[in-house]
Design a protein around this ligand. Sequence first.
Ligand code: MG
Length: 127
Amino acid sequence: MMAMPLQSHLFRVSESAFQSAVIDLATRCGWRVFHVSDSRMFVGRGAMIGDPLVRGWPDLVLVGHGHILYRELKADDNYPSKVQRQWITALEENGGDVAVWRPRDWEEIEACLTADRLSTAVRPATG
Ligand SMILES: [Mg+2]
């Protein structure tokens, strides 16, 4: 049984600490983890650098065990922005496995990422 690293009921966990914990667990459970930062920055007089298409894309794409998971991470008291909700809806409508994860969901996250549960959900090999 893995120790629970996040005591979110005791103190507020930042999104970046939470993200590190999710990436660590996912990696240890054999997932390939993709993350892209929204690095857009305004650099004076309304000029922006960075890729605007990154805006709203879920924090993590987890690939493995016959699944592709799209996960937006939020601190316990935060909600997805409008653009994030648009991506979540688009992914859902097109068959994506998408969800918002918060520190308080840690038990569910652990269950989702651990191989025990996945072994029954992996698609059978074809051909
Ligand atoms: Mg986020």
